[in-house]
Design a protein around this ligand. Structure first.
Ligand SMILES: O=C(O)CCC(=O)C(=O)O
Ligand SMILES: [Fe+2]
Length: 170
C-alpha cells in the first residue's frame, strides 16, 4: 500500500507493532441472530447501518449468509457476495487521513439477510462475521503524507475524537 503511494515500504507497518505495543486494534465476532417470528421491521431498518470504520485497515471474514454491502464512489451499494476463503479489506478513517485522502474510508452496511423476508420475520439462519479492526500503536503520531492537509495526530487521540463525536464525552 505504501509503495503504491510512492512512500517508503514500511511507512504503515512500522507503526503497527500490534503484538508488542499498546494499541486499540481489536477483533470482534458479530452474530446477527435469526429474528423471531413476530418481529416486524420498520421502514429502511437494516442489520447494521451505513458507517465507516475508524482505524487504518479492517479485515472482515463472513459466513455464507450475505447481507454485507459496500458503497462505490458513485454512491451505488454493491453486494459483497460471500466466497469461501476470501477476506474483505476495507480502508478506514485514520488511513484516509494518513494518506491525505488518497485512500478513502469505504462506507459499508449490513442489510437484511437474503434468507429474510421483507419484514424480517423469522428467516432460516443467523449470520456470523469476524472483524479485525486494525489500528496503529496507541501513541503513534500520524503525519499525513501531504502535511498541508491534516495536522499530525496521535492514533489514540484520533479514536477519542471520533468516539466523542459519536457518543459524547464521558
Ligand atoms: O458484520 C459485518 O460484515 C460488518 C461489520 C462492520 O462493519 C463493523 O462492525 O464495523
Ligand atoms: Fe464496519
Amino acid at each position: 500500500m505504501a509503495l503504491s503511494l510512492q512512500q517508503e515500504r514500511t511507512l504503515f507497518t512500522k507503526l503497527h507493532n500490534t503484538l508488542t505495543k499498546k494499541t486499540r486494534t481489536q477483533v470482534r465476532i458479530l452474530n446477527y441472530p435469526k429474528m423471531p417470528e413476530d418481529f416486524t421491521k420498520t421502514e429502511n431498518q437494516m442489520r447494521l447501518g451505513e458507517h465507516t470504520d475508524w482505524g487504518t485497515v479492517t479485515f472482515i471474514a463472513q459466513d455464507n449468509m450475505g447481507g454485507l454491502q459496500v458503497k462505490s464512489r458513485s454512491g451505488d451499494w454493491i453486494d459483497v457476495t460471500p466466497k469461501d476463503g476470501c477476506i474483505i479489506v476495507l480502508i478506514a478513517e485514520l488511513m484516509q487521513r494518513w494518506t491525505s485522502d488518497k485512500f478513502q474510508a469505504n462506507p459499508h452496511r449490513v442489510v437484511k439477510l437474503p434468507c429474510e423476508s421483507e419484514s424480517i420475520k423469522g428467516g432460516e439462519k443467523s449470520r456470523f462475521s469476524m472483524i479485525y479492526f486494525g489500528n496503529p500503536d496507541w501513541d503513534a503520531v500520524i503525519n499525513s503524507i501531504d502535511d498541508s492537509k491534516y495536522e499530525p495526530i496521535k492514533a489514540n487521540d484520533h479514536l477519542d475524537e471520533l468516539w466523542n463525536e459519536s457518543f459524547g464525552k464521558y
